[in-house]
Design a protein around this ligand. Structure first.
Ligand SMILES: C[S@@+](CC[C@H](N)C(=O)[O-])C[C@H]1O[C@@H](n2cnc3c(N)ncnc32)[C@H](O)[C@@H]1O
Length: 595
């Protein structure tokens, strides 16, 4: 049986549809969106006393089901296919007096103006708008104009659609320009595996009187899992939100059928603010031998620790998944701008959502464990928020590390996966004479004043390597009596501070391009200038060039610890100019011969 048209344009021809329904016979054909799924949305917009018009009814059971459950008692159905209309009349003859079926073209309807409260279309606009040719768009506008004409003010045009971008765009633009309120509902899927992969949407366009000169357009989206509509500011935003939902549905469908070779990452956003709340990574471990209980687990990364190698890199997560010994591990990172009440609340919030990302072969009703480090969600307390022209918005935050240590971190929000500076915090020490009572032993809470900075701590491997290099200066001989060190890049200041404190003969000059970093280092990271420590706020490239011209052979050691403000580089490293030969020549010029 050949049911598909030779070309998509045939979807707009009465001949095609007539042949379709003749060949199809008596069996109802539901294009998509079955009644049980559509029912919650339809209930909101169809009232029992409404006069409802169904355009392009085909031989779908939708009208019969709406009628049979008492959703409404007056439904007029039209179609251009004589075969469909005859079949439907026969099916309801004598049993459903409020249902009528008419052979009528929706582009030229016989109904008087403002005759209906609801026009319902399931798949008919999708079938007509197969391309963006002028002739097609002309027909669609004619369809919209007819629907507008037969609807009362306050009436609703409900269009069930797969929301292909050009279809949604046309409908949204047309009706919002007419001054109607446009709301797009995503229909909650029934979870039936045989079902269509693409999510179904219902556009609800409510007719308003056109107010001349009024430009305010109301556009809203109701995602599947929530009732309350969210306002969006433009048709583009509405289209983008629908596209996100379609991509998500496709992704879920794909990874529920096959293991993912590459790690998949996605953000789940807060309903109210639209800001990312959870960042998820789906990590499959093909080497894990599947058993009933080890197919799927969720791992909650403690707050503030998402930047650590194990959680923040692909390789780290792969190792984490393999050592957790689950076929699929879903890592969940928590965002700093969001509030979390605790592990139980996170589990409650995520448990339905994460099942959409379950691996193939997960037994039905399988309990999926939530794993974490030590059973808690970690502690992150933002101590300071700032903004600078050079580095953008940044935060200083205290984070509980592995064990009982706390760390203070500087993070530039435009590069939130990279810690710019880190200091270890000392546990608060009791004041002299103050006895340590039992309750003083309690863990510091985020609201407690932080302990002082532990200046003996070097946070990263490259700092340790640079300090080790400093020890090697002078070869087998002792270090020079005076050590002139230049550090380019202050950040939180822990590297220059360490050099200053542990090399008593060192005079440290620091160059920092961003004046707000000096403020941050001083206020939050225990940094201070003094006789052996001087900060120059300027560009490191200029500083080195100036010295090379004016005062060569100055330094025993020069350390570079600068980031690139250009995020397109894709990693945290100095800007290219720092490693180009002309600059390195200047660096050489300002180093002492043995430096
Ligand atoms: C994709 S089918 C949808 C059928 C039904 N609503 C469903 O969901 O199963 C499109 C229907 O629109 C009808 N149709 C196409 N052009 C039409 C027109 N100009 N006026 C009325 N019906 C039309 C076709 O005959 C067909 O039944």
């Amino acid at each position: 049986m050949e049911l598909l048209p030779r070309s998509p344009a045939e979807f707009g021809s009465a001949r095609y549809w007539d042949r379709f329904f003749r060949q199809r016979g008596q069996r109802p054909f539901e294009w998509y969106g079955a009644f049980p799924e559509l029912c919650p949305v339809l209930h909101k917009y169809v009232r029992p006393r409404d006069k409802v018009l169904v355009v392009g009814c085909g031989n779908s059971e939708l009208s019969e089901q709406m009628y049979d459950v008492g959703m409404c008692q007056d439904i007029v159905n039209i179609d251009v296919s004589d075969a469909a209309v005859r079949q439907m009349r026969e099916r309801s003859a004598g049993t459903r007096p409020g249902l009528s079926y008419l052979l009528m073209d929706m582009l030229h309807m016989d109904f008087p103006d403002a005759h209906f409260q609801v026009v319902l279309d399931k798949g008919t606009l999708d079938a007509l708008l197969t391309d963006e040719e002028e002739a097609t768009l002309g027909k669609v506008e004619q369809m919209f104009a007819e629907i507008s004409r037969v609807l009362q003010v306050g009436g609703r045009y409900l269009c069930v659609s797969l929301a292909q971008a050009h279809v949604l765009k046309k409908a949204v633009e047309y009706f919002s320009q007419e001054g109607w309120v446009v709301r797009v509902h995503q229909v909650a899927s029934s979870g039936d595996e045989q079902q269509f992969v693409l999510p179904v949407f219902v556009y609800v366009m409510t007719k308003f009187r056109k107010v001349p000169g009024s430009a305010a357009r109301i556009l809203e989206i109701c995602p599947e899992e929530q009732d309350r509509p969210l306002r969006v500011e433009s048709a583009e935003r509405l289209l983008a939100a629908v596209r996100d939902r379609q991509h998500y549905a496709l992704l879920c469908s794909q990874i529920s059928k096959t293991p993912c070779r590459e790690q998949v990452s996605l953000d789940l956003c807060d309903r109210e603010s639209g800001k990312p709340r959870y960042t998820l990574h789906v990590v499959d471990s093909p080497s894990v031998k599947p058993s009933r209980d080890n197919r799927f687990a969720i791992f909650i990364i403690p707050q503030g620790r998402e930047t650590e190698w194990l959680f923040g890199t692909e390789e780290g997560r792969r190792q984490l998944a393999a050592s957790a010994a689950f076929g699929r591990l879903l890592t969940v990172a928590l965002h700093r701008e969001q509030l979390y009440e605790g592990m139980a609340a996170i589990q409650a919030e995520l448990s339905a959502k994460v099942m959409e990302l379950a691996p193939p072969g997960l037994p039905a009703r399988q309990q999926v464990p939530f794993l974490s480090v030590g059973g808690d969600i970690g502690v992150r307390a933002v101590r300071h928020r700032g903004s600078s022209a050079l580095s953008g918005d940044f935060v200083v935050e205290d984070v509980k590390g592995d064990g009982s240590c706390y760390f203070r971190r500087l993070v530039f929000l435009q590069n939130r996966n990279v810690v710019q500076s880190e200091a270890r915090l000392l546990a608060p020490t009791p004041l002299p004479g103050q006895k340590k009572r039992r309750k003083d032993k309690k863990k510091p809470s985020p609201t407690e004043p932080p302990g002082a900075v532990d200046k003996s701590y070097l946070c990263c491997e490259h700092h340790k390597a640079m300090v080790a290099g400093l020890c090697l200066l002078g070869g087998p001989d002792a270090l020079p009596g005076e050590l002139a060190v230049l550090v380019v890049g202050l950040g939180g200041g822990s590297l220059p501070l360490f050099v200053h404190d542990y090399f008593s003969q060192a005079r440290v000059a620091v160059v920092e391009i961003d004046p707000s970093m000096l403020e941050v280092a001083t206020r939050w990271f225990g940094f201070c200038q003094g006789e052996r420590m001087q900060v120059h706020v300027c560009d490191g490239l200029d500083y080195v060039a100036k010295l090379a011209a004016e005062a060569p052979a100055q330094y025993d050691a020069i350390m570079f610890d600068v980031d690139s403000k250009d995020l397109t580089v894709g990693m945290s490293c100095p800007p290219p100019a720092f490693v180009e030969e002309p600059f390195l020549q200047k660096v050489k010029t300002i180093l002492k011969p043995e430096g």
